[in-house]
Write a protein that binds this ligand. Structure first.
Ligand code: M6R
Length: 359
């Protein structure tokens, strides 16, 4: 039931702080240690490569999670689009482990990969929001997202829940493998800060609605740009905008603009820069300026410690690996209000189904 909300999507965006707190409640003990089934950690500890498999938003969540697995557990990790991997996968390592990300647990493209994984008796883990879904039943292990039912076709709280649960896995596995940096990653308190930060962003809806109406309501195309982890969020942000507002939106690695894409910039083209990392902030800003020099309307989503006076949307500071949990929220809201402003059915965009059970 969507209660007083006009659309499930807005309700689900607003639920994200509560989902973060629920994940903390489900996956941490009193002392702040992550709780993950030891059989999962044991199996992962034996792997020499982790293959993360997903489609759409789940694939995007994998791109963010892979960095934490590598950083805290030191296991080489690559992320793959399931519909590609099923027909064209890279040479696999000797001891592969497969992590399936799927909100619904029913995506046919991902299941196709799992069938091959099982034929080869490779170990697998499905992270899903739906208990007893096909992908969780057929994988060796399963972990629940605890995001609560997600009804809107555009995935929001499942994306942030996937990243948070991947972070739990990365920390738990890193500690299991005795990597000191995993001990130092105070994930429980970080997720608390994330929840508060999400709340602060969703409390500023009116400002974001105004930005959507000023910059996105009439445009036919838009670009999200960023580098590294901010690029991973850019492609998720662009997917949100295209699937519900039908704006042709793309997420680009900002350094790639000058290698071709900048030719598309015209007077008034919205270019949204995501800037959350010290290492890349200056570079993304200068790429953004290059687009402004060619007529673009720049919009920025920036972490507080990097913010400048001219920035558009300022988000609270959190751990560098967790910034997607906050930077995505304004993008979800920009997509929502653009679609709403155009009078579209936000929850049921044309041509799309919530769960894609065909290949
Ligand atoms: O249920 P799944 O996570 O496996 O679904 C994967 C995609 O179909 C899904 O994320 C889709 O891209 C969403 N509509 C994006 O908002």
């Amino acid at each position: 039931d969507k209660g007083a909300y006009p659309y499930y999507m807005l309700k689900e965006i607003d639920e994200q702080p509560a989902v973060m707190r629920r994940i903390v409640g489900q996956y941490f003990d009193q002392a702040g240690n992550p709780q993950v089934d030891e059989a999962i950690l044991d199996a992962l500890a034996k792997a020499d490569h982790l293959y993360i498999i997903g489609a759409g938003t789940s694939y995007h969540a994998g791109l963010v999670g892979a960095r934490m697995i590598e950083k805290y557990a030191h296991i080489p990790t690559t992320v793959h689009i399931s519909s590609e991997f099923a027909y064209d996968h890279p040479m696999l390592s000797e001891h592969p482990f497969f992590l399936f990300l799927s909100q619904s647990g029913e995506t046919a493209d991902s299941r196709q990969v799992l069938v091959e994984v099982n034929e080869n008796h490779w170990p697998s883990l499905t992270m899903t929001n739906v208990d007893k879904s096909t992908l969780s039943r057929e994988a060796t292990y399963t972990m629940l997202l605890h995001a609560g039912p997600e009804i809107a076709v555009a995935s929001t709280k499942a994306y942030t829940a996937q990243i948070a649960v991947e972070a739990v896995l990365a920390k738990a596995l890193g500690q299991f493998l005795k990597h000191p940096e995993a001990d130092e990653f105070d994930l429980r308190s970080q997720l608390g800060m994330v929840a508060n930060g999400m709340q602060a962003i969703t409390d500023s809806k009116d400002d974001i609605e105004e930005i959507a109406s000023r910059f996105l309501s009439k445009t036919r195309n838009a670009f999200y740009i960023g580098r590294a982890i901010d690029w991973s969020v850019s492609i998720e942000a662009a997917l949100k905008l295209k699937e519900i507002s039908y704006v042709q939106a793309e997420g680009f690695a900002s350094g790639e603009l000058k290698h071709g894409t900048i030719a598309l910039i015209e007077d008034g083209t919205p270019v949204i820069g995501i800037i959350t990392q010290d290492k890349t902030a200056g570079l993304t800003r200068s790429n953004l300026e290059e687009t402004v020099a060619r007529g673009a309307n720049a919009i920025t989503i920036v972490s507080r410690h990097l913010a400048q006076e001219t920035d558009t949307i300022i988000i609270p500071d959190v751990d560098d690996n967790l910034t997607p949990l906050l930077s995505v929220v304004p993008a979800q809201l920009l997509a929502y209000y653009t679609s709403l402003g155009k009078g579209y059915d936000v929850d049921k965009p044309r041509n799309l189904a919530k769960s894609v059970t065909v290949m």
